[in-house]
Design a protein around this ligand. Structure first.
Ligand SMILES: [Zn+2]
Length: 1062
């Protein structure tokens, strides 16, 4: 069976993109060029274009019938027949990953330029001399049925409506549209931009297209007929759209038999697109210079499904191709893309054409280009890769930290993976408007400004941490994701879980002073939060449409993904995991993978590592049998990593392990941990849990692989206490029956440093999780928190705050003032000593600085008087100096938060905000502004966020959530969400993390039945796609859970607080 390769031919000179800054809403003509070719040519000479087209056609049919089958099971029959439509074609869909795409883009500004000659693609796939292609002639007079001349005018006011001459019979047209849309948008047919482009393309084209695509069996006839036509000279393309599928064949005499040899085959579509006004596709970003001048740039964000907004393509991760990109721009701009520029040609005095080197084989979502006036600084890594950081010119002095970090990190990864970075350069660009944190485009990673720019004078420790981690994440993707890509978005975690996991692996080596290992747990706690709801999903989940795909970019793919990898590392040992990852990356370079490909490699790597390999004899599984003290660990000689990891990736949720100690016997039971009143039964769930534990008698970590619902461990002797899930390296929570919790609480009270700070943090987390499902009483959880008075380590302190403050917020919202106030006092008293000890400076280690930042902000926001007084003093001085006084970076937010409480202070902050060039500073002020008690001010802030002029729209989701957290803003935020739902979705996209942040952030502290009813009513009034969003289900489940929690625990908290004064 021939396999179909995706090999792009280098593009000719005609494939260009022209960027002109004015007018802002410019119109582009973009030219795409697609070639289909066959890898094996020894059997049938004719297996080139015709077979490729058959495969393509079949691919479309299979896709369509699969989609249809989801709606109606009866249609499955059709799917079957679709797969047998081309008996001589590839056996299954998997082999049809074989169309090649090369991109050429050409855009023309609104004014003038219509006479700009367009050069056509040249060069053939088989090294034959280039042939010029010619499009069908069109008549300027006709107007196609169903196509409004007005819309043509809208696209290009000065162009005549030329779309009529190729009017197709309706049924053919519809079929073609479906096919073309499927090509550009295989999973759905309703995304407007590309549909519009293609409709235009189609209406401008002629019936040859029908012949070819609708009836591929006639393709050979078509070739003969169209050969002379295709070889005739090309007229300059002046019309708005067009073109055609061109196939050129040649008759060959081969042993008396006539066969067809394909010498050139291409699908060429010329089409329009406007610059996108959102944050995806090829979109517009605006910024002001220090002098106040407005400047425009354009950048791309394609992941996951927006490459199709910029050019027609098989926009799926498994369709890898090499891309050749050419961009036309004005001389005052510079163009960046994945590869370096190989040649720049001056077309006219005000037009330069940059030709970028052809990329390596890669997925469409990783293609990127930017046209801007950015400045850059560069360095060369020790492996010889040129690294540059690009920013708007005024901020270039904030780029040095990122440059140095990127150099270190890229060198680290090249060594760690033992695979060289395959491109000659890596650019990191800070984009003024950016929806997410960053994007890993190969060779041109893009970032939100606050995720890349760092000012040693002004930046806080948390900002340094974030910048470093973000760069580490995007550079890890250059291997995980870019070099080896998940086959489909089902397995997005293969990209994201790994990148997030690698952040910790790399930064702990390149930047040990940041002590990133101290913060890893936070991610697992976040993951548990969403994964404990019924609306969660397995890490590996079938997804079909763009909204579902976007929803995969969540805490489950990222954070749970990285937590289960951390668990696997703890299980296999760091060395074995690394060896497996390197093998995986080497084996699948430039290819696509599924979940099981990784596990198969991990399974195979372990048994080969025997007792003769000394370096692997840590306390992990791969040590020799003799030294293994626990036969359960290896389950004999082989370890089935796949069987184990399938239980973590293919089912949602996580286990709760219940431990009952009876003398030397430790009885274990596992079940699914799940919140919620109406949750379905979860009896079918079973995990292979790599349990670890320490006891009062031994701090050596013991290991036990639990693969059944219940099991027993026999200890060598009786113990005072046992703590499972050591350092919480495992992704599960633990309940201790009988007096198990009391014994642990005692350990914390008497000498909490007997167990590690991660163990303490995990106990704090677990105890409150158990209250949520009614396994423990709230008073037990509060008893445990009492020890926090003596806690000094960042992770347990922050976890204590993260458990207690939300409870306070629930009570505060319900106007249960007496109890809420008492609770607030309790929390403040717990941390009072620690707060009082803080110096108001930037001294200390990264974690000391981070802790200071969180503590002081908490204290000031919750009006702890000594803190408020101090912050007020700082604010007054800062205001007196007209903002020139330099405040310590880590206490700034607290100072601003207090300052924003007066109307005058708020206005002063806003005036500084408007002028602020430094992005992190802007975010600090945004937080302070959103803490105002004035409803008008809060409303104004959110309105501005939507307008995007003073407040950038990229910051709106966080602002809404900040506002929602304040007592005066919670209703405002909800009303704002309801009234502006359409606009928010249009801007941020349905299914995006931004939309989810808003929905869950606004509703997360609702706890009454009427609030629940309101939320349900609003979302059910929306169209189905919105109502079905996972974040809506999460919101509903969380509110139900809050209601239940309050019903059950409120009185108990009240009583406990009365009896336990600190
Ligand atoms: Zn990522």
């Amino acid at each position: 069976m021939p396999s179909w390769m995706m090999e792009a031919s280098p593009l000719g000179e005609g494939n260009t993109f022209l960027f002109k800054e004015k007018p802002l809403h410019f119109l582009g003509r973009l030219m795409g060029h697609l070639t289909l070719s066959c890898a094996e040519t020894d059997q049938e000479i004719s297996c080139g274009a015709v077979e490729a087209l058959r495969a393509f056609h079949r691919f479309i049919l299979v896709r369509q019938s699969r989609l249809a089958a989801r709606e109606d099971p009866k249609l499955r029959v059709e799917r079957e027949s679709a797969s047998t439509l081309w008996p001589k074609g590839p056996a299954d869909e998997a082999t049809v990953t074989s169309a090649s795409l090369a991109l050429g883009v050409l855009a023309v500004g609104l004014a003038g330029d219509s006479d700009e000659p367009v050069r056509q693609p040249s060069g053939g796939t088989h090294g034959l001399p280039p042939i010029e292609l010619r499009g069908p002639t069109t008549s300027p007079q006709g107007v196609a049925k169903g196509f409004s001349p007005a819309s043509a005018q809208q696209l290009r006011p000065s162009w005549p409506p030329i779309f009529g001459s190729c009017l197709l019979p309706t049924e053919r047209r519809d079929f073609l549209l479906t096919v073309l849309r499927s090509m550009a948008h295989p999973r759905v047919s309703d995304t407007q931009p590309i549909a519009n482009m293609l409709e235009v393309a189609l209406r401008g084209s002629c019936s040859e297209l029908t012949e070819l695509v609708e009836d591929s069996s006639r393709a050979e006839d078509y070739l003969h007929q169209s050969l002379p036509y295709l070889q005739s000279p090309l007229e300059p393309l002046r019309e708005a759209a067009v073109r055609f599928i061109g196939l050129v064949g040649r008759q060959l005499r081969d042993g008396g038999q006539e066969k067809l040899q394909v010498i050139y085959d291409a699908l060429s579509i010329q089409y329009f697109a406007n610059l996108s006004e959102s944050f995806h596709g090829f979109y517009k970003s605006i910024y002001r210079t220090q002098e106040g001048e407005l400047r425009v740039l354009a950048a791309t964000q394609f992941e996951p499904t927006a490459a199709r907004m910029a050019f027609p393509c098989f926009d799926e991760p498994a369709f890898k191709a090499r891309f050749s990109i050419t961009i036309r721009r004005e001389p005052k701009h510079l163009a960046l893309s994945n590869m370096p520029v190989v040649k720049s040609v001056t077309i006219t005095p005000c037009l330069v054409e940059d030709h970028f080197d052809t990329t390596v084989k890669m997925s469409t979502y990783l293609v990127a280009f930017i046209v801007s006036d950015f400045k850059s600084i560069s360095k060369i890594t020790s492996h010889g890769v040129k690294i540059s950081v690009y920013t708007v010119p005024d901020k270039i002095n904030q780029a040095h930290y990122a440059l140095d970090a990127a150099v270190k990190l890229l060198d680290f990864y090249e060594d760690y993976f033992s695979i060289p970075y395959p491109l000659p350069k890596q650019d990191l660009a800070a984009i003024p408007d950016f929806q997410s944190g960053a994007m890993e485009n190969w060779g041109l990673t893009t970032y939100r400004e606050s995720a890349l720019l760092y000012d040693p004078e002004k930046s806080s420790a948390s900002s340094k941490l974030w910048v470093t981690m973000t760069i580490a994440h995007e550079l890890a993707h250059q291997w995980f994701g870019n070099l080896v890509t998940m086959e489909w978005w089902d397995d997005l975690w293969l990209n994201e879980g790994f990148a997030m996991f690698m952040e910790f692996v790399s930064v702990s080596v390149t930047h040990p002073e940041l002590r990133v290992e101290d913060y890893f747990l936070r991610r697992c706690f976040d993951a548990i939060e969403v994964d404990s709801l019924n609306s969660s999903h397995p890490i590996s989940t079938p997804v079909e449409d763009p909204a579902q795909i976007l929803e995969m970019f969540d805490n489950v793919s990222y954070k749970k993904g990285s937590c289960i990898l951390n668990m696997l590392r703890d299980y296999l040992t760091a060395d074995v995991l690394k060896a497996g990852l390197v093998q995986y990356l080497q084996k699948y370079s430039y290819q696509n993978t599924k979940n099981e490909d990784l596990w198969n490699i991990m399974t195979n790597i372990c048994p080969t590592v025997g007792s003769d390999k000394n370096e692997l004899q840590g306390d992990g599984f791969c040590r020799s049998q003799q030294s293994s003290s626990n036969a359960h660990w290896t389950k004999g000689e082989t370890l089935d990593v796949r069987a184990m990891m399938d239980t973590w990736t293919l089912q949602k949720g996580f286990p709760l392990v219940t431990v009952t100690v009876r003398g030397k016997n430790v009885h274990l039971q596992q079940e699914r941990y799940m919140k919620g009143v109406n949750s379905p039964s979860s009896t079918g769930y079973l995990w292979h849990i790599p349990l670890t534990y320490i006891t009062s008698k031994s701090d050596t970590v013991q290991r036990f692989l639990m693969t059944t619902k219940a099991d027993v461990i026999i200890l060598p002797e009786e113990v005072e206490w046992v703590k499972f899930n050591v350092d919480m390296n495992g992704y599960y929570i633990v309940h201790y029956e009988d007096d198990g919790w009391d014994r642990l609480i005692n350990v914390l009270k008497e000498n909490h440093t007997m167990i590690s700070s991660n163990d303490r943090a995990s106990l704090i987390n677990n105890v409150f999780q158990l209250v949520s499902i009614n396994k423990l009483s709230i008073s037990k959880a509060f008893d445990l928190t009492l020890y926090l008075k003596h806690e000094r380590q960042i992770m347990p302190v922050l976890q204590g705050m993260n458990e207690l403050i939300p409870i306070y917020r629930l009570m505060e919202r319900r106007d249960m003032d007496g109890t809420a106030k008492q609770l607030k006092e309790y929390i403040i008293n717990l941390f009072k000593d620690l707060i009082d000890r803080q110096s108001w400076s930037d001294e200390g280690s990264a974690s000391e600085r981070l802790l200071r930042h969180s503590l002081l902000l908490f204290a000031c926001v919750h009006r702890y008087q000594p803190c408020v007084d101090k912050a007020k003093g700082y604010f007054t001085e800062w205001q007196k100096s007209n903002g020139t006084l330099s405040l310590p970076a880590d206490v700034k937010t607290a100072v601003y938060a207090v300052g924003a409480q007066t109307s005058e202070g708020w206005d002063f902050l806003l005036s500084k905000y408007r002028l602020q060039l430094f992005n992190v500073e802007r975010e600090n002020i945004e937080l302070a502004l959103s803490l105002s008690r004035s409803k008008d001010k809060l409303q104004w802030l959110m309105d501005q966020g939507l307008r995007g002029d003073i407040v950038r729209t990229q910051d709106l989701p966080h602002i809404i959530v900040f506002v929602a957290k304040t007592p005066s803003g919670c209703h405002l935020a909800w009303t704002f969400l309801k009234e502006n739902w359409e606009k928010v979705v249009e801007k941020f996209e349905l299914g995006s993390n931004s939309v989810a942040t808003i929905v869950t952030g606004v509703t997360s502290r609702y706890s009454t039945r009427s609030q629940l009813a309101q939320v349900k009513e609003f979302f059910s009034s929306l169209e189905e796609k919105s109502a079905r969003l996972r974040c809506v289900q999460q919101a509903v489940e969380t509110i139900e859970d809050n209601i239940q929690w309050m019903d059950r625990n409120f009185e108990k908290v009240k009583t406990w607080l009365q009896n336990n004064q600190l």
